[in-house]
Design a protein around this ligand. Structure first.
Ligand code: MN
Length: 250
């Protein structure tokens, strides 16, 4: 089995190392990852600049592009055969609720799914320094193994979030839906050493809408959350109402 591993924290991040090591027992792992942190790159694709690839060691390729670029490079150029599975992560920080459209980790799995390849995004739900990546990598191996043994609808990929706990203390996986968070955005506004103003997008502690059944709730309870995702953002519930607009009915 051929497995492509990528991330958005960059090829030097501890999460991708733990992930690649854990997945070795499942197949032949090739790492194609950004050469630096590209968190919050979303589904960005580099179209107006060339991409450079550096093979750091056998099977480990750094690309000066986004996670989506890495999936494209891996599948269409660097791997000799089409991968059977793409796993993105392990991200340092949860990718839950509304945050997932910013996420390069999730977008990489989405890109693989668009190409018809089974894909998993996996994140460790903490923003503090953590030693728990090998623990989360054991969860990644469990989910990856299950995915290779089961069938999912073609348009579906998995978004997995793991609590920051020792493996033995992590609760069983819960199938979840996206929660919401009410994001209290702040722009930090300062002056640089040259006397010019600069701005930095910050955030205060988000207020989570973590009802039972959501990703936030499951991880908050110490369980693994597995949310099946697809790219179709259509709001089907609104289509009938929109068809009644005078604009449409004349
Ligand atoms: Mn990241």
């Amino acid at each position: 089995m051929q497995i492509l591993v990528t991330n958005d924290d960059g090829i030097a991040a501890p999460g991708i190392k733990a992930l690649a090591e854990a997945l070795h027992s499942l197949g032949n792992v090739t790492v194609v990852a950004p050469d630096r942190e590209r968190s919050a790159a979303g589904h960005s694709l580099t179209l107006h600049a060339p991409l450079r690839v550096f093979e750091l060691r056998p099977g480990w390729f750094a690309v000066d592009g986004t996670p989506t670029d890495c999936v494209n490079m891996g599948i269409h150029s660097l791997l000799n055969t089409r991968p059977d599975l793409v796993v993105s992560g392990i991200n340092h920080g949860g990718n839950m609720g509304d945050d997932i459209t910013y996420s390069g980790t999730v977008a990489a799995a989405m890109e693989a799914n668009l190409m018809g390849i089974p894909a998993i995004a996996i994140s460790l739900a903490t923003h503090t320094p953590s030693e728990r990546f090998p623990d989360a990598a054991r969860v990644a191996l469990q989910v990856a193994t299950a995915l290779t043994q089961q069938q999912l609808p073609e348009d579906t990929f998995l978004n997995v979030n793991v609590p920051n706990l020792p493996f033995e203390q992590i609760g069983p996986p819960q199938i979840t839906r996206q929660g919401r968070r009410s994001f209290v955005g702040t722009i930090i506004d300062k002056v640089d050493p040259r006397g010019r103003k600069y701005f930095w997008i910050g955030s205060e502690e988000p207020r989570l809408l973590d009802d039972e059944g959501t990703d936030f709730h499951a991880v908050g309870q110490g369980n693994v959350s597995i949310t099946p995702l697809h790219l179709d953002l259509t709001n089907y519930r609104s289509m009938a109402a929109l068809r009644q607009w005078p604009l449409i009915t004349g």
